[in-house]
Design a protein around this ligand. Structure first.
Ligand SMILES: C[S@@+](CC[C@H](N)C(=O)[O-])C[C@H]1O[C@@H](n2cnc3c(N)ncnc32)[C@H](O)[C@@H]1O
Length: 138
């Protein structure tokens, strides 16, 4: 599978808060580190089942934790380069229950309603003003 090295430039006036980097120049671990202690603890304890949507997943900081607990994870982000790194760094045995989809979360989601049993989203929703956040959530 080809690596996507294209840089997705941010456009903050359009609510696109990308990093504007080639993720394949950032090493194997996530650019946001190995994970927040409390979030990792929650992910360890919480019961999740079925299909999970990892919204604005970035380069996959928590994606493997989700894959280990669920039947299927769809990792999404507006930045295809981030998703490409996430996919490339996922161990082979988990790849069969992983898919990725690039889309803008401020627009209509490209899914039927009820397609997922859970949605996971970290480090992103606080970036949007209240009006846009309401659009995303409802
Ligand atoms: C701070 S990172 C958090 C990534 C990941 N959730 C984590 O906690 O490690 C924010 C992510 O939101 C994505 N993003 C920014 N604007 C977006 C938009 N309008 N639609 C979808 N994703 C967006 C960025 O590309 C980036 O991967």
């Amino acid at each position: 599978m080809k690596k996507i090295t294209k840089v997705h430039k941010p456009k903050e006036n359009k609510y696109i808060f990308t990093e504007g980097i080639n993720y394949f120049e950032t090493g194997k671990t996530s650019i946001w580190g190995t994970g927040d202690k409390d979030t990792l603890e929650l992910l360890r304890k919480i019961k999740i089942h079925g299909k999970c949507l990892n919204l604005a997943a970035g380069d996959g900081r928590y994606n493997l934790n989700l894959l280990k607990k669920t039947n299927f994870v769809l990792a999404s982000d507006i930045d295809e380069g981030a998703l490409s790194k996430l996919l490339h760094n996922t161990p082979k045995k988990y790849k069969k229950k992983l898919d990725t989809k690039a889309f803008d979360i401020t627009k209509k989601f490209p899914f039927e309603s009820g397609q997922f049993d859970s949605i996971f989203c970290t480090g992103t929703l606080h970036l949007f003003p209240k009006k846009v956040l309401q659009q995303i959530v409802f």
